[in-house]
Design a protein around this ligand. Structure first.
Ligand SMILES: [Zn+2]
Length: 618
């Protein structure tokens, strides 16, 4: 465009922006150009953002109102340009040849049709979006990113090409007529499988994802900020120094020239790029109830969270929401073949909190410390890995990641499968279990394009992996043997048992931690590799005990977390109410208004609480 010349549309658009953001030469060609501009305003001039947004909205509304006929669709937009019509004739001719081929039987013909059209789909979509768009609202919408996608454009203008049935098998009925011009009865019939499945799928995906989000929220709802600083010392999560998730975290252990207590900035990350660092984390916070502000770290708003901020609920929404969206968008294809699917993301993310007995794709874990004495081929496929007397089966579809004579520790994965977090906790303790959960959950979300902030996952990990079963025959601190209690509640008043030793990590091998250190929790058995990690983090002394702890860590599925809550009213917000209530009554469980759970307050608002108190007073 000639310098100094602009369009009316640009003048109107610029007028709606704060003066310093006006630029008559700027072209907004795609949705992302607009998003970038708005993001810039939101960051640089947040107080002008709302007005700018409203201004742009008003311009758009006025234009549609005043010029609706020309700014919208017209029927002519549905007409196929001659070159695309020619393409359709080529497809038809080729399909005709396949159908008339005397050498092929019916099944071979079907396969040949699918094989011919499948690779053409992306080619055709590209051609359609490259058509001139001046007079065509449909193409414009897709090209500018305003609405719709190339697949939907193809369905309206050209046809479905190949659709899938309800079992995701391609149907050998070519869809060569657009929904704009009208489809043949056979094409309509073929498409109905996919569209019905899509319709049902949306309902099911919404309910699956909704239930998932509800469980996460329930698990994490007690992760509320209750104090400014728990004062955790030498306790934190060890993470790669260059990870951008560290921005806003507080260093738990000094790193390089940065001292413990330093709040990490973007600039610091470059210096720490090749180091492992230990940061304060929800996973390791020592707050008496909920978590502290320092361990939560600086969040989206640019400051440490305040007392009362529901970090856990925010985290569970932040994880469940994009996952729901990903599931819905994968269902919205209306059965057109060749679309990627997000179900696997949901399945693996969901499996982590369901603790199923048959954990799909689980890596077998070493049941004890020791040397791998032999690896034998299993007659049914896969391998048997021997550590002393213990035999471990590694299924055929997994690759071994251990060799004969290699030293392993209990809980180490023997293959490239996905270790079940519940088993990691059993062998390696609450602390390592939370660390593993955080890392793996974060990775799975990222791999499936529903990336998230690591600290959101940390909040979930703290709440989800937080149960211990009292095993000491005499019980402990008022708990009976067999009682399942929250680890956080349990350690709050935990005193190192008589006979503990203050010793170096390497001398404490095979003893049990009596005081948390790094991310390792009380009761963790010190193995040679843990001792090494502690020593490389320059930890000189730890508190350890020769005797096994008075509890063992357990992981229960998300929906059972609240039936073990110490507060009987909080149990009302969960599942399995009958079991939870009977158990609460038999233990004389109490309820506390104003604790980290919001549920007693909600219940009290209904009047139930005061009724009970009145009854007690009478
Ligand atoms: Zn803390």
């Amino acid at each position: 465009m000639t310098p100094g010349v602009t369009t009316v549309g640009r003048l109107m658009f610029n007028q709606s922006l704060p003066p310093e953001y006006r630029d008559e030469g700027r072209e907004i060609k795609h949705k992302k150009d607009l998003s970038e501009l708005l993001l810039r305003i939101a960051k640089e001039a947040p107080d002008k953002y709302v007005d700018a947004l409203k201004g742009i909205n008003d311009v758009a509304r006025n234009v549609v109102f005043d010029y609706g006929r020309t700014a919208s669709f017209s029927l002519s937009g549905l007409a196929l340009p001659p070159e695309i019509k020619k393409l359709r004739d080529t497809y038809k001719a080729q399909i005709h040849l396949i159908k008339e081929d005397p050498k092929l039987d019916a099944e071979q013909k079907n396969k040949a049709i699918i094989d011919y059209l499948m690779p053409k789909i992306s080619e055709l979509q590209k051609k359609l979006t490259e058509l001139p768009d001046e007079d065509n609202g449909f193409i414009q919408q897709v090209k500018t990113g305003a609405r719709g996608n190339a697949s939907q454009l193809m369905q309206i203008l050209f046809g479905d090409m190949i659709v899938e049935d309800h079992k995701e098998r391609p149907i050998p009925v070519p869809g060569l007529h657009g929904y704009g011009e009208g489809v043949t009865p056979v094409e309509m019939w073929a498409g109905s499988y996919g569209s019905r499945k899509g319709y049902i799928g949306v309902q099911l995906a919404t309910s699956d994802a909704g239930y998932f989000g509800k469980q996460l929220t329930q698990v994490a709802h007690r992760v509320v900020v209750t104090e400014d600083d728990c004062g955790a010392n030498d306790v934190g999560l060890t993470v790669p120094g260059g990870d951008t998730n560290n921005v806003g975290s507080v260093l738990a252990v000094g790193a390089g020239d940065l001292k413990a207590g330093h709040v990490l900035t973007k600039q610091d990350l470059h210096k720490l790029d090749d180091k492992e660092i230990t940061v304060r984390s929800a996973v390791t916070c020592q707050a008496r109830e909920g978590i502290c502000s320092k361990c939560a770290g600086i969040r989206e708003k640019g400051h440490f969270p305040h007392k009362g901020d529901a970090v856990g609920v925010t985290a569970s929404r932040a994880i469940a929401e994009p996952l729901t969206q990903a599931m819905l968008s994968s269902k919205h294809t209306g059965g057109v073949a060749g679309k990627e699917k997000h179900m696997s993301a949901f399945k693996s993310v969901n499996q982590f909190i369901q603790v199923p007995e048959a954990f799909i794709g689980a890596a077998p874990l070493a049941k004890r410390d020791g040397k791998i004495s032999a690896i034998d081929k299993a007659p049914q496929g896969g391998h048997y890995v021997h550590i002393g007397e213990e035999e471990h089966y590694v299924p055929e579809d997994q690759e071994l990641n251990v060799k004969v004579n290699q030293e392993v520790e209990a809980g180490d994965a023997l293959s490239d499968g996905l270790p079940n977090p519940a088993e990691i906790v059993k062998y390696k303790g609450i602390g390592e279990g939370r660390r593993y959960f955080t890392q793996k959950y974060y990775d799975i979300l990222k791999e499936n394009n529903v990336g998230n902030h690591r600290r959101n996952v940390e909040a979930i990990a703290r709440a989800f992996i937080n149960r211990v079963k009292i095993t000491h025959p005499d019980g402990y601190a008022g708990h009976f043997p067999g009682d399942v209690v929250s680890y956080d509640d349990f350690v709050r008043d935990y005193e190192p048992r008589e006979g503990y030793e203050l010793t170096s990590p390497s001398r404490a091998v095979n003893q049990y931690l009596e005081k948390p250190m790094m991310h390792y929790s009380i009761g963790t058995r010190i193995t040679p590799s843990i001792a090494k990690k502690m020593e490389s983090a320059k930890i000189k002394m730890i508190l350890a005990h020769k005797e096994e702890p008075v509890f063992e860590p357990v992981v229960s599925r998300a929906q059972d977390v609240s039936i073990n809550d110490k507060d009987w009213m909080t149990r009302l917000g969960g599942f399995n109410l009958k079991k939870g209530m009977v158990d609460a009554a038999s233990r004389g469980s109490t309820s506390q208004l104003g604790g980290s759970s919001f549920i007693p307050s909600v219940v009290s608002g209904t009047g139930l609480y005061s009724d009970i108190i009145d009854d007690e007073e009478e």
